[in-house]
Write a protein of this length. Structure first.
Length: 327
C-alpha cells in the first residue's frame, strides 16, 4: 500500500482510539470511588435508609423514582434536588410534583458531611439511596458506581421535555430511552421499578374516563375491564390527591408481580401497557415471569447503565454542601 495513504489511515485510527479513550475516561465512575476519602460512605447511607424504611416504607418507590427523574434531565447530576426562588427548578415541573423523600436525601447528606465534609456528592447519594431502598424492599443488591459530581443548573422546562409521561406509547418510550443511550432492554427492565410505590390518580385517569373523547364512560380498551371498575371506585375523573398502588398486593415488595400484571392487562399506566406493543419488550415481559427470569440481575445492570447518563466527573460541577442549593 502507498505510504502516503497508510499515514492518514493510521492517524485516523489513532484519533479514533484517542476519542474512545477520552470518552470512556470522561465517565470517571468506578466502584469504591470513596474507599480512601470516605471509606464508610455507603455504610452511612445504608444506615440512614434502613432507619427510614423501618418507619416509612412507602418512601421506597419515590426515592427509587427520584434517581430516574434526576438522570433523565441533564444527566445524573443531582439537579432534581435544587430549589428555586422563582419555582423554575426541575422539582417544580409537573412530572416532579409527586416526588417525595427530598428530606431523606438531606438527612443522608447531613450524616455524610459530619463524617466526611465536602466529599460525597448529592448525585451519588441519590444513586446509592436508590439501590438501598431496592434492597430494603427485598430486591437485588447491585454495586453502584460512584464519582459523580453535582450540577449547578436546574431547569423546569428541561424536565418537561425529557421525562417521558405515563401516557407514553412504545415508540416515544423507545425514543426517549435511546436519546439517553439506553437500550430497549433497559426500557423493559427499568419499567419493572413500578413493582414498588404508588401513583396519583391523575397519572392514569385518562384511561378510565373519556379515553378517546367519546364520552365519560369511554375507557382504554387495552386495560382489563375488572381492573378499570376497581380503579373507578378509587378515582374520580378529577381526583388529583388519591394514591393508588402501582403493584396491588405487593407494592412494598420488589418482586416480579409487575410483569404478571402487565400480561394480565393490569399495568396502571399506558406506558406499562405499551410494553406489550413491541416484540422485544413483550418478549422481556414474558421472560421476566418465566422460570428462567433474569430480572433481578438485569435490573442492577440497567440501573448502572442509567446511572452513567451525562455524569459530571473530575473537575466538572461541584460537591454541594447542601443538596438543595449550589455552593
Amino acid at each position: 500500500m502507498d505510504s502516503q495513504k497508510v499515514l492518514p489511515c493510521f492517524l485516523a485510527h489513532l484519533v479514533l482510539l484517542l476519542m474512545v479513550f477520552v470518552i470512556s475516561n470522561a465517565q470517571g465512575l468506578k466502584y469504591g470511588f470513596y474507599s480512601e476519602t470516605c471509606p464508610n460512605a455507603e455504610a452511612i447511607v445504608k444506615e440512614e435508609v434502613d432507619k427510614v424504611m423501618a418507619v416509612a416504607p412507602s418512601l421506597a418507590g419515590p426515592l427509587l423514582r427520584m434517581h430516574f427523574h434526576d438522570c433523565f434531565v441533564r444527566g445524573c447530576d443531582g439537579s432534581v434536588l435544587l430549589n428555586s426562588s422563582t419555582n423554575q427548578a426541575e422539582k417544580n415541573a409537573f412530572p416532579n410534583l409527586s416526588l417525595r423523600g427530598f428530606q431523606i436525601i438531606d438527612r443522608v447528606k447531613t450524616a455524610l458531611e459530619k463524617a466526611c465534609p465536602g466529599v460525597v456528592s448529592c448525585a451519588d447519594i441519590i444513586a446509592i439511596v436508590a439501590r438501598d431502598v431496592v434492597v430494603a424492599t427485598k430486591g437485588p443488591y447491585y454495586q453502584v458506581e460512584t464519582g459523580r459530581r453535582d450540577g449547578r443548573v436546574s431547569n423546569l422546562t428541561e424536565a418537561l421535555l425529557n421525562l417521558p409521561p405515563p401516557s407514553s406509547n412504545i415508540s416515544s418510550l423507545k425514543s426517549a430511552f435511546a436519546a439517553k443511550g439506553l437500550s430497549v432492554k433497559d426500557l423493559a427492565v427499568l419499567s419493572g421499578a413500578h413493582t414498588i410505590g404508588t401513583s396519583h390518580c391523575s397519572s392514569f385517569t385518562n384511561r378510565l374516563y373519556n379515553f378517546t373523547g367519546k364520552g365519560a364512560n369511554d375507557t382504554d380498551p387495552t386495560m382489563d375491564k375488572n381492573y378499570i371498575a376497581r380503579l373507578k371506585m378509587r378515582c374520580s375523573a378529577t381526583d388529583t390527591t388519591t394514591l393508588v398502588e402501582m403493584d396491588p398486593g405487593s407494592f412494598r415488595t420488589f418482586d416480579l408481580d409487575y410483569y404478571t400484571l402487565v400480561v394480565k392487562r393490569r399495568g396502571l399506566f399506558q406506558s406499562d401497557a405499551a410494553l406489550l406493543d413491541d416484540s422485544e419488550t413483550k418478549a422481556y415481559v414474558l421472560k421476566a415471569i418465566s422460570t428462567g427470569s433474569t430480572f433481578f440481575k438485569d435490573f442492577g445492570e440497567s440501573m448502572m447503565n442509567m446511572g452513567r447518563i451525562g455524569v459530571l466527573t473530575g473537575t466538572s460541577g461541584e460537591i454541594r454542601k447542601q443538596c438543595a442549593k449550589v455552593n
